[in-house]
Design a protein. Structure first.
Length: 302
């Protein structure tokens, strides 16, 4: 595995190595990610969406760079940079930016249901990346889960997905690819370093982006804003991704992604407790329906 490139070793994504602690690490990642949307809403209490995105990336990259220097980490080999670039485009910049833009018009609870497709998309990515052939039940359940989310978004927006929903759908696809590549790379070097190099790779885009955003969007620092930004940068952007990648690498994408079934439900809980959002019955019902569909895919991939 170590002597092969990502293009010549696709099976590494699908075959989980036996290792202890992977499930616990992945569970910690799920808890961290479940707070991402409420933290984003808090950050936008005093910052615009573009400022929120680029300040979280810049701050996380600065911390990650210091950590790499502290342990004198060697740069990844040339064959690793393609996967790191996918991780950077998906989980470091793409998902944060698109989900932040979506939360301008969508409630965190609504967004949590749409992003409930992420475990499903991750499983599909891992399956196609490994060139495996899931059973028909897998694809039926996958299609049913997607149909539930599309129907939910259409019903809540008067017949068609809103621009915010489109942002979220694209964010899910990008993040699924990032998770798959991050898990594969975490089998070759520590998960936190995979995320750290992805953050540094995003820095040349994040710094000028932040400078432009600060000029275009008024910024006010409130306690909620500071707390939200710190959680996005450290909780979700560094700790969450580091333990999630490591958990996926140890337990395998198929096994670990089952834990992510709880993420939408946890986000719904945080949205009520931290944001005071009202939770319609159809929102909870759709989240549970998607959870059931994804559970079926996880047990019927062979």
């Amino acid at each position: 595995m170590r002597a092969q490139s990502s293009a010549t070793a696709p099976a590494a994504i699908a075959v989980p190595p036996p290792a202890t602690g992977g499930t616990a690490l992945a569970a910690l990642g799920v808890v961290a990610f479940s707070l991402t949307f409420p933290a984003t809403v808090w950050a936008m209490d005093g910052l615009g969406p573009w400022t929120t995105t680029w300040v979280r990336v810049t701050l996380a990259a600065a911390i990650a760079g210091c950590c790499l220097l502290a342990v004198r980490a060697r740069p990844p080999a040339r064959r690793h940079w393609g996967g790191i670039a996918v991780a950077a485009a998906g989980s470091v910049t793409g998902f944060p930016l698109l989900s932040t833009l979506a939360l301008q018009t969508s409630d965190a609870s609504h967004a949590a249901v749409v992003v409930g497709l992420l475990p499903l998309a991750t499983a599909v990515y891992a399956t196609t990346r490994a060139h495996s052939r899931p059973s028909p039940v897998f694809w039926i359940a996958a299609g049913a889960g997607a149909a539930l989310v599309v129907g939910f978004t259409a019903a809540q927006s008067g017949g068609a997905p809103t621009l915010g929903d489109v942002y979220l759908f694209i964010a899910v696809l990008l993040c699924a690819a990032a998770y798959g590549e991050g898990a594969r790379l975490s089998r070759e070097f520590p998960g936190w370093q995979v995320n750290a190099w992805a953050l540094l790779l995003s820095l040349p885009l994040a710094v000028p982006g932040l400078a432009i955003a600060l000029l275009a969007e008024p910024a006010t620092l409130t306690p909620r804003t500071v707390t939200g930004v710190l959680w996005l940068a450290v909780g979700s952007g560094i700790v969450g991704l580091a333990v999630w990648y490591r958990g996926l690498a140890r337990a395998g994408i198929t096994r670990a992604s089952q834990l992510q079934l709880a993420q939408p439900l946890l986000t719904l809980l945080w949205s009520v407790l931290l944001l005071g959002e009202h939770l319609p019955a159809e929102t909870l019902a759709t989240a549970l329906g998607v959870l059931l569909c994804i559970a079926v895919t996880q047990r019927s991939r062979g």
